[in-house]
Every structure is written in C-alpha cells, then in structure tokens.
Write a new protein. Structure first.
Length: 342
C-alpha cells in the first residue's frame, strides 16, 4: 500500500475539483488525505448552472480557500466569483497563480484591489476578447507588489504602451504582452529592473537607448523587428551578455541573414546564447538564383553553427506560377524549431 507522501505527490498533478468529487468522499482515508493541510489545490473552474456554481463555491472554494495554490477562471464571470469570495471573508493567502478571462470593464477596479491584497500572487494571466482601457489595466497590474510573471492577451486597436511614470519599481521578471501593443523597451527595462524574460510584438529603434546600460534579460522574443542589423547589433551590445534565448519572428532587413555577422555578434557579446531563431520573408520575381542560395546555405555550415546545432532553412512558396512570383522564407535556428530543410 502506498504511503501518504506518495498519494500527496500524485494529487499535485490533479485538478482540485476532480480530487474533491473522486477522492474526498471515497472513504475515510482519502477524505483525510484530501483535507491534509500539506495538500495545496490547483483548481480550474468549470462552467455550469447557477446551482452548480453555488455548490462549487460553497463546497470546494470556500472551505479550501487557504489551500488554494492555483486558480483558473475561464470566462465565467470572474468578477462575481472573486468579489463574492472577498465579501464572504475569504482571503486567498496562499494563492500563487491566477488566470482570469474576460474581466468586465465596470468591475476592473474591484478586481485590481482584490489582486493587490494577495500576499503571494506571483503569476497572473489575463485573457480578454477586447479591452478598451488596456493601458490603465496594465499600469495597475504592473505594480502588483509580489508579481513575478505577467501575461496579458487582449484584442484592441494598435497603440503604444505608456505607463504613468512614478517612483514605483515593478517586481516582474517574466512579461508577455499583447501582439497589438507596441513595446517601449527603454521604459519597461527602467521600471522593471528584474525583468529576465520578455515577449513583445514590435521593437522600434526609437524605443531604446544604447546609453541606458546593461539589463538582466535572458530570454527575448520579438514578433516584428523593424531595424537593420547595424542598429540591432548596437541594441544587443547595450543589453549586456546575459541573453540565452533570442527569437526574432519577423525581421524587415535581409542583412539579418548573414552567417558571419551573427557569428561575430554572438562570440563577442552574447556568448551564452543557447537558442537563436530568426525569420525573414521576401517576395521574388522571375527564376531563383540557385547558386546564390546554395552559397548562402553553405555559409551557415561552419564549426560555429554545427557545434550549436543551428543552420538556415530556405523555403519557397509560389504565389503566382504564371508570373514566376514566389515568396522566400529564410529561417535561422535549430531544426526542432524551424522544421525541415527545403
């Protein structure tokens, strides 16, 4: 018979709802195991009728609020649930991870106050179909006192993110921003000096300052990189040498597809880089120059590239066969992330 510690380890991988309805009423032993104070619960809220939600709250959330480690609320009026919890005297003092979907605009202030009161909220994920006041939302969340990881996914019009500058410094270390939101890199780094991982939509030359000194970023993923390689190199040089993962999903200049320049940049400034992914796409008319592409691919076969298991992949997609128009996609990186060689 398995000991208690083994069961508790297994229970850590199961949802709290399943644990309650499968094991809590099975027998006395499992009932005691479920209510063991060392067992912290991870709950993903289920949708259902009003009666079901009341039962969910009264029999699962309310009695076990001080054992709740992770809570996911997918599009089931999260404001009502959280506000009800607070008004009922519930305090999620061990909650470390929270995911909320579709926060109503008229209750955002209440929600933010609740989040600010959680003493161990380290990770927050917010998914909204649309959010008109995203900048205001981001400002309040960015300064939550214990937050380490923040992911915001909302839809809206494309605009630049500007925070209300004050003396507060964010504790965020891992940040994922919405795709339509432009990233002011200089501002983010200055207000979040502990930031290590950043995923953002676009890096614009005017949004960084080479004189601001090195930062602590180890992971950087940019959807659109709208600068040439010279300016990008200056940007990387100013960041410091801690970068380990770099992903550029859409670069706008062909000079990024240069094996020698990448080798010099990495060797001299980011020697600890483990993962590199760069993608460049262009349109071509007429017959492709096979010899030129072979020479380009060969330049990525030196010892520097083979030791890191990196190479270049060239993919051709015909857009108009009659007019011999095609798109060429160049991808630099590992085979696991870029697919097969064309």
């Amino acid at each position: 018979m398995m000991n208690i510690e083994t069961f508790l380890e297994i229970f850590e991988y199961l949802d709290g709802y399943d644990l309650y309805y499968i094991f809590a009423k099975l027998n006395t032993r499992f009932h005691n195991l479920f209510y063991d104070r060392n067992l912290l619960l991870k709950i993903q809220l289920r949708t259902g009728s009003h009666v079901f939600m009341n039962s969910y709250f009264n029999y699962l959330l309310y009695p076990n609020h001080d054992r709740l480690l992770s809570l996911k609320i997918p599009d089931v009026e999260p404001s009502d649930l959280l506000l009800r919890a607070i008004y009922s005297g519930i305090f999620f003092n061990r909650l470390e991870s929270l995911m909320i979907c579709n926060i109503p605009t008229d209750t955002q202030t209440h929600i933010l106050r609740i989040l600010a009161s959680l003493p161990r909220l380290f990770s927050l994920t917010i998914h909204n179909d649309i959010y008109k006041n995203c900048k205001e939302l981001f400002h309040y969340i960015y300064y939550l006192p214990t937050l380490k990881s923040l992911k915001i996914s909302v839809q809206g019009r494309r605009h630049l993110l500007t925070l209300f500058l004050d003396t507060s410094i964010s504790t965020i270390q891992h940040l994922i921003l919405p795709q339509y939101l432009l990233c002011n890199f200089r501002m983010l780094i200055s207000l979040a000096p502990q930031l290590k991982q950043l995923v953002c939509n676009e890096l614009i030359p005017s949004h960084w300052d080479p004189s601001m000194g090195p930062c602590h970023l180890t992971h950087l993923s940019i959807n659109i990189c709208d600068m040439n390689f010279d300016r990008f190199q200056t940007f990387i040089e100013s960041m410091g040498s801690q970068l380990q993962v770099l992903r550029l999903k859409n670069v706008s200049h062909f000079d990024f597809i240069d094996a020698n320049r990448w080798e010099q940049l990495i060797v001299n400034f980011v020697s600890g880089l483990r993962i590199l992914n760069v993608k460049y796409e262009t349109l071509a008319a007429g017959q492709l120059d096979t010899e030129e592409h072979v020479a380009l691919v060969d330049s990525f076969t030196s010892t520097f590239w083979s030791e890191r298991h990196w190479t270049i992949y060239v993919e051709t997609r015909f857009e108009n066969v009659r007019k011999m128009r095609s798109s060429i996609i160049y991808s630099i990186g590992s085979s696991k992330e870029n697919g097969s060689t064309v």
